[in-house]
Design a protein around this ligand. Structure first.
Ligand SMILES: [Zn+2]
Length: 1150
C-alpha cells in the first residue's frame, strides 16, 4: 500500500543539497513515484491524501531539477500526472506554488540554445492548464519575464500549429490581466492576433477560437481598442463576422462567431470604435445577421451580444426638450448661493443643458490602469464599506440641544395633551361611554387582512358617528398654522410674502369629469374652462358608489379638498382615479415573469428607427413646454395625453410609430432630474390594439421593472361599471439603457451618461375610455386631506384626536400634524397623570413624493389607530401618537419624485434644516427638540418610505455595535455598550407582518445618510429606536405574499401591523422578561454569521440572474461592460457547448 508514501518519505529526507549531491538517486526515486502514479490510480490518491504534502515534496524536487537543468522527462511525467485528474489536483498544484516553478523552468529552458521545441510545447501545455486556475497567473508571468517568451514563440511559429496552439492558450490567460494587456499591445500582439484570425478560413478552428479569445481580452484595454481602430480592423472584423455567419450554416462554430462579436463589443467601448463601427455599416450588418439568427435558439448568445453592441453604438440623440430644467419654475424666497437651485439657474445664457459635449469628450481615453493588480474582491469590499460611518464620536448619540428652549417653547401648543387637565365641564368619564351600545361595539374593526374578501364591507357601520345622545368630549381645537414670525426668525416679512404664490382663483373644474364617456371627446382639452358648463347640460356622470367599500373616500369632499390645494402650475383639473377612489382588487397580482428575449426585441425595435427611418412618425402629441396648449390637436390617429392634475408629471409625448409613444417625464420642480415617478392620462385609444409606451428619460441604473413589477392602470369605464381600481398592467416590460444622451449637467458632472428606457406594452378593452398610468398607486395631498377629514368622523368618545397644522409649505399648503391617543379614563388625578405620561410614538411619511406606498402604509396606520378594535383601544391607552403623514406636500402636489420646491431632497436636510426653505423639516425637528428638552423624547420614531430596488418591507435603524462590526474600526468593549432594544420592533414585525423581512433590515449608520431623519433623530434627539421603514414598490419574495406584487391592501395591512407590533413591544417591555432579548442576541449572531444581510450601502439589489443578459448598468465608456450572466446564459442554453468553453470562461463559474 505504502509504496508511494515510502518513496515520498525518502525524497523528503533528501534535502535540497542532498539532491544536488545525489542527483541520480533523487531522479530514480521520482521516476518510480511517477511510474506508480501513472500506472495505479490508487497511488495518485495516496499522494493527495497525505495532507497534500506529497505534492509539496514533488514540487521541491522539481525545483531542484530545474536548477540542474534536466527536467524534460520528469516534466512529461508530471504532465501526465496532472492529466490524471482535473480540477482539484491543478488547484493543489497552484496553491503549492507550482505556477512559479513552471515559469522558472520556462526561463531556464529558453536559455538553452536552441531551445527544445518539445520542452516549450510541454511547458505551455502545462501552463495553459494551470493558468485559468491561478488568479495571480498574469502577474507571475509578467514578473518572471515569461510574457515575451510566449509572444516570441508565437511570432516564430505561426505556421507550426502544434506549438502555436498551447502558446495561444497561455497568451489568452496572460491577456486577461489588464496590465499585461497593455504591455502585450505595445509589443504588437494585437496586430499579431489579427494576422492569425484573418482571412476567413475553416482550417484550424480551434486555433482561431483561442486567438479570438486572446484578442477579445486584449481589446478590453482602451489603448488596444484604439490600436485596432487605427489599424482599420473594425471593417475587417465585421466582414469576417459576415463570412462566418454565411458559411457556418450548421452552426458548428458558434463560439468563433461569438468571439468575433466580443472583439467588436470591446472595441466599441471607446467612442472611436463606435464611430468606426457605424462607418462600416455595423448597425445594418449586425441587425440583419441577428434577424437571421433569431429563429435558431442556440444562436441566442450571438443575438444577445449583437443587441448589446447595437444599443451601445446607436448614435446618441438629444432628448426632445428645449431644456431639462423642469417645465415649471418656482421662485424661492431666497436662493442659497451654493444650493442646487442657484446652480440650476446660474448657467450662462445659451448653454444647452440637454446635450453637452460630454460624448465627444473621450479623447483622454488612454489607459489609466496603473501597475497594480486590481483584486476584484478587495475592491468590491472597499467600495461597499466606504459609506459606513467609522468615526466613533459620530457613532455615539449625542443629544444636541439644538435651539434654546426659549425658542422651542412655542411648540408647546402642539402638545396640549401633555398639559391637558380635562377639568372642563362636559368631560365625560370613560365608564359612561362604555355603556353606550354602538355599532362599533358589535363589529370591531380587525386588522385588515389581505385576501380576505368582504372585510371592506364589514367595516360598514363602524365608522358612524357616535350616537347623538352621547355627549362628545370637547374636540381639541385645531390650531392655526404656525406662522414663521411667531418663532423669532430673522427673515423679513416682505420676502416671505414673495414666497407665497398667489392663491389661484380656484374654480377647480373637473373638465372631463363633467362629461359622460358616451359623448366621446373625453380626456382633456386645452381650454378646460367652460367644461363645467357643458357638463351642466343634462349630462350625468355615473359616479361609482364606493361609499361602502371606501369609508374614507368621498368624491365631493375630494373636489373640495382640491380647491384648497396649491400647485405651482395651478392645476384646475382632477384626475378620475383620485375622484372615484381605488378599491383594491380581490384577485392576486403575481410578479410578472420576465419573458426571455424581451430586452433584445425592444433594442431591435429601437434599432429599426435607424435602419428604417421612414417608418418613424415622430409626431409630438403632448408638450408641456407649450403652456398655452400642451395637447396637440390632431386627426384622431394618435392617443391623447394629459397630466395636468395633482401629482401628474408627463412633460411630453411623441408618437414614434402608429402604436408606439416615447414619453418624457418632467423633472422635479426647480431641478433638472429625478425622473422616476409618473402619472398621466391617456384617451383616444383603439380597442384591442397593443400600444407600446417608452418612458425615455429614466435615470436609475436598474429598476424593479426588470424583476416582475408592472405599471398601474386605471380605467374610467371600469370604474363606472363598478370596478374603480388600479390594476397592475403591462407586458413586455423592461428597463434598459437607451440612446438618449444625458448631459453632464444633469448627471452630477459625469460625462457620457445615458438615460434609461422603461418600456411597457398594453392594450385597452373599452372604446371611449380614459385611462391612467402610474408608477405606483397615486396618493395625492388632496387625498390625504380628504382622508384626514373622514378620520375625524371615526372619532369615538374614547378617542383623543387632534389635527393641527404644523406649518405652511413654500407652496402654501398646510402640513398636518395629528395627535392620537385615548381619552383618560376619568378626570381623576391618577387617570390624567397616566394620560399625560404615556410614551410618545412619532411617525412621519412621504418626505419623498414618489414613494406613494408610504402614504398607503400611513393610511393603514391611521385607520387602525382610529378603529374600534380592542387592540387599537389598548394601543391608544398605551401611547400618544404624534403623526405627520406627509412631510412634503408640495412635492406630492406638483408631481415631484424626490424633492420639495427648493429642489432639494428633504430627507437630506435634517442636520440643518432651513426654516424658510425646508419648513416642514425645520418644524418637525423642532417638535422633537422640544420633546427632548422636556425629557419626553419619543420611544419610537419611524419615517415611512418606499424602496424602488428591493422587495418586501423592511427597516433601517441605527446601531453602534452593528456599524462597528461592519467596518474595520477597532473599538473598545465600552464603546460597544448598547441595548439591543432597537431590534425588538423589526423583530416583532417580522413575526406578525407577512410582507416584512428581517433579513433585509440593516442597522448600520452610513455617512451618506447622516442628514436623514433616522440618523439625526437617533443622534441628536437621542431616540434609540429611530427607523426608516421601507416598503417595496414591487412585491414580496418571501412570506405569505411571496411571488405577488404589492397592493394597497397589503400596504395598509402593513401600517396596521406596525401598530400591533408597537402594542406587543409595550407588553414585552412590561413583562420585564429579558428572554426576548436573548433571542435577539442569537438572532444577531445568526445574521452576522451569514453576512447576507443586504444593507443600504449595497446599492444594487440581489436579484437572481436571468437567462438573458441584462446589461443595463454598463456605461458605454465603461471598460468592464462584461454582462455577468452572459456565460451562464450560454451554458444553460447550450449544455453541449460546456466543454468547448474556454478555460478562462469556465473559471468564472468556479
Ligand atoms: Zn424615500
Amino acid at each position: 500500500m505504502c509504496a508511494v508514501l515510502m518513496l515520498l518519505g525518502q525524497l523528503e529526507r533528501m534535502n535540497g543539497e542532498a539532491m544536488v549531491r545525489d542527483v541520480e538517486t533523487a531522479r530514480q526515486i521520482t521516476a518510480k513515484i511517477f511510474h506508480l502514479i501513472q500506472t495505479q490510480e490508487k497511488s495518485g490518491k495516496e499522494v493527495m491524501s497525505k495532507g497534500s504534502s506529497g505534492m509539496e515534496v514533488i514540487l521541491a524536487s522539481l525545483e531542484v531539477f530545474t536548477i540542474l537543468r534536466f527536467s524534460l522527462s520528469h516534466l512529461m511525467l508530471f504532465y501526465c500526472y496532472l492529466s490524471l485528474g482535473r480540477g482539484r489536483r491543478v488547484g493543489v498544484f497552484v496553491s503549492k506554488g507550482g505556477t512559479g516553478i513552471l515559469f522558472q523552468i520556462l526561463i531556464t529552458a529558453i536559455k538553452e540554445l536552441p531551445p527544445s521545441e518539445e520542452l516549450m510545447l510541454q511547458l505551455h501545455s502545462l501552463l495553459a492548464k494551470v493558468g485559468p486556475k491561478d488568479r495571480k497567473f498574469g502577474v507571475k508571468a509578467r514578473l518572471s519575464g515569461a510574457l515575451n517568451i510566449t509572444v516570441n514563440l508565437i511570432k516564430q511559429n505561426l505556421q507550426n500549429t502544434k506549438l502555436l496552439l498551447p502558446c495561444l492558450q497561455v497568451l489568452r490567460v496572460y491577456s486577461t490581466n489588464s496590465v499585461n494587456a497593455i504591455s502585450l499591445g505595445k509589443n504588437g500582439v494585437v496586430e499579431l492576433m489579427f494576422k492569425i484570425v484573418t482571412p476567413y478560413s475553416k482550417k484550424n478552428t480551434s486555433l482561431l477560437k483561442v486567438a479570438l479569445d486572446a484578442l477579445g481580452a486584449l481589446l478590453k484595454s482602451k489603448t488596444n481598442a484604439r490600436r485596432a481602430v487605427d489599424g482599420g480592423h473594425v471593417p475587417v472584423l465585421l466582414a469576417l463576422y459576415q463570412d462566418w455567419h454565411r458559411n457556418d450554416t450548421r452552426h458548428r462554430h458558434m463560439l468563433i462567431r461569438k468571439g468575433l462579436l466580443v472583439c467588436l463589443r470591446n472595441i466599441t467601448n471607446i467612442k472611436l470604435g463606435r464611430k468606426a463601427f457605424l462607418d462600416a455599416d455595423g448597425m445594418r450588418i449586425l441587425y440583419n445577421s441577428s434577424t437571421e439568427c433569431l429563429p435558431v435558439r442556440t444562436l441566442d448568445p450571438l443575438v444577445n451580444t449583437s443587441s448589446l453592441i447595437m444599443r451601445k453604438c446607436f448614435p446618441k440623440n438629444r432628448l426632445p426638450l428645449p431644456t431639462i430644467k423642469s417645465a415649471f419654475q418656482y421662485q424661492l424666497p431666497h436662493v442659497p448661493a451654493v444650493g442646487p437651485v442657484a446652480q440650476l439657474y446660474s448657467q450662462p445664457p445659451g448653454v444647452d443643458d440637454v446635450v453637452d459635449e460630454s460624448d465627444d469628450n473621450e479623447e483622454t481615453d488612454a489607459d489609466t490602469e496603473n501597475d497594480t493588480e486590481n483584486d476584484e474582491d478587495e475592491k468590491d469590499q472597499r467600495s461597499a464599506n466606504d459609506d459606513i460611518e467609522t468615526d466613533l464620536n459620530k457613532l455615539h448619540p449625542k443629544k444636541n440641544p439644538g435651539r434654546p428652549f426659549e425658542e422651542l417653547r412655542v411648540y408647546e401648543r402642539f402638545f396640549l395633551e401633555l398639559s391637558e387637565d380635562f377639568q372642563v365641564s362636559n368631560f365625560v368619564p370613560m365608564l359612561t361611554r362604555f355603556q353606550v351600545p354602538t355599532a362599533q361595539a358589535l363589529s370591531p374593526k380587525l386588522v385588515p387582512k389581505s385576501g380576505s374578501q368582504g372585510d371592506c364591507n364589514s367595516t360598514k357601520g363602524q365608522h358612524t358617528l357616535p350616537s347623538p345622545s352621547v355627549p362628545t368630549p370637547t374636540p381639541p381645537a385645531p390650531l392655526t398654522p404656525l406662522e414663521l414670525d411667531t418663532i423669532h426668525l430673522t427673515k423679513d416679512q416682505d420676502k416671505k410674502e414673495e414666497a407665497r404664490i398667489p392663491s389661484p382663483d380656484t374654480c377647480t373644474t373637473l373638465s372631463s369629469l363633467a362629461r359622460p364617456p358616451s359623448q366621446g371627446n373625453w380626456g382633456s382639452d386645452c381650454g378646460s374652462e367652460g367644461a363645467e358648463d357643458e357638463g351642466g347640460e343634462g349630462a350625468v356622470l355615473e359616479v361609482p358608489d364606493t361609499a361602502l367599500l371606501l369609508p374614507l373616500h368621498d368624491p365631493d369632499l375630494y373636489v373640495e379638498m382640491v380647491k384648497g390645494t396649491h400647485s405651482v402650475p395651478q392645476y384646475a383639473e382632477v384626475a378620475y382615479p383620485d375622484y372615484f377612489g381605488h378599491v383594491a382588487p380581490t384577485f392576486r397580482e403575481p410578479l410578472q415573469e420576465r419573458v426571455y428575449g424581451v430586452q433584445r426585441s425592444k433594442i431591435f425595435q429601437d434599432t429599426e428607427r435607424l435602419i428604417h427611418p421612414n417608418d418613424i412618425v415622430d409626431k409630438v402629441v403632448y408638450d408641456l413646454d407649450i403652456p398655452s396648449c400642451p395637447v396637440i390637436e390632431d386627426d384622431g390617429e394618435s392617443l391623447k395625453f394629459n397630466s395636468q392634475f395633482e401629482s401628474g408629471n408627463l412633460r411630453k409625448a411623441v408618437q414614434i410609430r402608429k402604436y408606439e409613444y416615447d414619453l418624457v417625464l418632467n423633472s422635479d420642480i426647480n431641478s433638472n432630474h429625478y425622473h422616476q415617478w409618473f402619472y398621466f392620462e391617456v384617451s383616444g385609444m383603439r380597442v384591442g390594439t397593443t400600444y407600446r409606451f417608452n418612458i425615455i428619460n429614466s435615470e436609475k441604473s436598474n429598476s424593479q421593472f426588470n424583476y416582475g413589477m408592472q405599471v398601474l392602470m386605471y380605467s374610467v369605464q371600469e370604474a363606472i361599471s363598478g370596478r374603480p381600481r388600479w390594476v397592475r398592467t403591462g407586458t413586455d416590460i423592461c428597463y434598459y439603457k437607451n440612446h438618449f444622451a444625458r448631459s453632464s449637467i444633469a448627471a452630477g458632472g459625469q460625462k457620457g451618461k445615458s438615460y434609461y428606457t422603461m418600456t411597457f406594452s398594453t392594450s385597452f378593452s373599452h372604446k371611449d375610455d380614459v385611462c391612467y398610468f402610474a408608477y405606483h398607486y397615486p396618493y395625492t395631498y388632496s387625498t390625504l386631506k380628504m382622508h384626514l377629514s373622514k378620520l375625524e368622523a371615526l372619532r369615538t368618545p374614547q378617542i383623543y384626536l387632534r389635527q393641527d397644522v404644523l406649518c405652511k409649505t413654500l407652496g402654501g399648503n398646510g402640513c398636518p400634524l395629528l395627535t392620537i391617543t385615548a381619552m383618560p379614563e376619568s378626570n381623576s388625578n391618577d387617570h390624567i397623570c397616566q394620560f399625560r405620561n404615556r410614551p410618545l410614538i412619532f411617525l412621519s411619511a412621504r418626505v419623498h413624493p414618489g414613494e406613494t406606498n408610504a402614504s398607503w402604509v400611513m393610511k393603514g396606520t391611521l385607520e387602525f389607530l382610529m378603529s374600534t378594535s380592542p387592540l387599537a383601544a389598548s394601543l391608544r391607552e398605551a401611547y400618544i401618537f404624534k403623526i405627520i403623514p406627509m412631510l412634503n406636500p408640495d412635492g406630492v402636489v406638483n408631481g415631484n419624485h424626490r424633492c420639495s420646491l427648493s429642489g432639494e431632497d428633504l430627507n437630506r436636510q435634517w442636520q440643518n434644516p432651513n426654516p424658510e426653505l425646508h419648513p416642514t423639516i425645520y418644524h418637525t425637528k423642532s417638535l422633537l427638540q422640544y420633546l427632548a428638552h422636556i425629557q419626553r423624547a419619543p420611544l419610537v420614531f419611524c419615517d415611512y418610505h418606499g424602496h424602488s430596488r428591493k422587495k418586501n418591507v423592511f427597516m433601517y435603524g441605527c446601531s453602534v455595535k452593528e456599524t462597528v462590526w461592519q467596518s474595520n474600526i477597532s473599538a473598545t468593549s465600552s464603546d460597544l455598550q448598547e441595548d439591543l432594544g432597537y431590534r425588538a420592533l423589526p423583530k416583532i414585525l417580522s413575526q406578525i407582518a407577512p410582507a416584512f423581512s428581517m433579513a433585509s433590515c440593516s442597522f448600520v449608520v452610513e455617512r451618506s445618510k447622516e442628514s436623514t431623519a433616522r440618523v439625526v433623530v437617533w443622534r441628536e434627539i437621542g431616540v434609540q429606536c429611530s427607523y426608516t421603514m421601507e416598503s417595496t414598490l414591487c412585491g414580496c419574495d418571501q412570506g405569505k405574499y411571496k411571488g405577488l406584487q404589492i397592493g394597497t391592501r397589503e400596504l395598509e395591512e402593513m401600517g396596521a401591523q406596525f401598530c400591533v407590533a408597537l402594542l406587543r413591544l409595550k407588553r414585552l417591555t412590561g413583562l420585564r422578561n429579558h428572554q426576548h432579548l436573548l433571542d435577539l442576541e442569537s438572532d444577531i449572531i445568526g445574521t452576522q454569521a451569514k453576512v447576507v444581510s443586504p444593507t443600504t450601502y449595497v446599492m444594487e439589489e440581489d436579484e437572481p440572474p436571468f437567462l438573458e443578459p441584462i446589461d443595463y448598468s454598463a456605461e458605454s465608456n465603461d471598460e468592464d461592460a462584461e454582462p455577468e450572466n452572459e456565460h451562464a446564459a450560454e451554458v444553460q442554453g447550450n449544455p453541449d457547448h460546456l466543454d468547448q468553453l474556454s478555460d478562462s470562461e469556465t473559471n468564472h463559474r468556479d
